[in-house]
Design a protein around this ligand. Structure first.
Ligand code: GDP
Length: 306
């Protein structure tokens, strides 16, 4: 398991790790990796999202997510900048596949009510979770470029299930029940909690949880609690900030998504030894889509090799 609490901050502990046995991976900024393949450098240089990057100021090194086997210590600031995915703190590694952003096919596989019930073919998976209304279905549809695939998860009887969608016949996107739905009876809320947490703790093929946070509003306690729980339980996590296209009027006290994203990170800083990966997204403009898929490809390829 992670040793993050015992290590000095300079060490980067991977949130890239997987819940396979012996999944711990310690990386430091001094490990020298192979040069990044040309295809990846090329991809990072040319990757383009419909909107301009939201975070343009260079991020301090300690706030970056540096994948394992990736050395950034010898890079010039400008070369490092070119390897950070737009609107995120994620450094591209040799594990990122240039074709990682292609979703050729996607299909709903099954709804499970317990972790044991989930598909057993051993392929890697990413779980999407977030507060009701955070934009989870919209993001899922945007990732697979199908307008109504996520509706499957919203059908009566499936909203409280673990819903598996197989992508390109090789990995899963998993839609988990939304939390914090005020109208749900207390017992149901508690039950969702229990079974989702059981899934996080006991699903060996879970590569990373993608925790969705609404960037159009200030941080909510329930989201901070969720992030804290994942951190305490050493579950690899990526923060996906949603609705980054929404601009509130300043004169009404509204803050820009960038400010909310910044605040959220400051509030969770103490839950983690190193900064978890994060990406700003919008299902309206498709901002962040390629970045999420590329990040998933590097997590997946690393997981498959270890
Ligand atoms: P879920 O309950 O988490 O599955 O959320 P939905 O995907 O159903 O979205 C909830 C509401 O937020 C809907 O009205 C969506 O149109 C809206 N929404 C979702 N994503 C975005 C986004 O990126 N930008 C904006 N402006 N609205 C969004």
């Amino acid at each position: 398991m992670f040793l993050s609490h015992r290590l000095p901050r300079i060490h980067l502990i991977s949130h890239f790790t997987c819940p396979k046995p012996k999944r711990l991976l310690l990386i430091t900024s001094t490990i020298v990796s192979k040069p990044i393949p040309a295809s990846i450098s090329h991809f990072s240089a040319t990757i383009d999202t419909p909107s301009k990057p939201q975070v343009t100021a260079p991020l301090p090194l300690e706030t970056l997510f540096v994948p394992p086997d990736t050395d950034v210590s010898s890079l010039e600031i400008s070369s490092l900048g070119a390897r950070i995915l737009k609107g995120s703190n994620i450094v591209l590694s040799k594990y990122a596949a240039g074709d990682g952003t292609e979703v050729v096919n996607s299909e709903f596989v099954k709804s499970s009510v317990t972790t044991e019930d989930c598909p057993s073919d051993g392929i890697p998976e990413f779980a999407l979770v977030g507060r009701s209304n955070v934009g989870k279905s919209s993001l899922l549809n945007s990732l697979v470029r199908r307008k109504r695939l996520a509706l499957t998860s919203k059908k009566p009887g499936k909203t409280q299930c673990i819903n598996h969608f197989r992508i390109n016949d090789s990995w899963y996107l998993v839609d988990l029940p939304g939390y914090g739905y005020a109208a749900a009876p207390h017992e149901i809320r508690t039950d969702w909690d229990k079974f989702t947490k059981d899934y996080f703790l006991n699903r060996p093929t879970l590569v990373s949880v993608f925790l969705l946070i609404d960037a159009s509003i200030p941080a909510k306690k329930i989201d901070l609690d969720y992030a804290s729980w994942l951190g305490q339980n050493q579950i690899p996590m990526t923060l996906i900030f949603t609705k980054c296209d929404k601009r509130k009027k300043k004169r009404n006290g509204g803050r820009r998504p960038e400010e909310n994203v910044q605040e959220f990170q400051e509030l969770i800083r103490n839950f983690f030894q190193t900064a978890p990966p994060w990406i700003m997204t919008s299902s309206v403009t498709n901002q962040g889509r390629e970045e999420i898929l590329l990040h998933m490809s590097q997590l997946r390829n690393y997981w498959l090799k270890h």
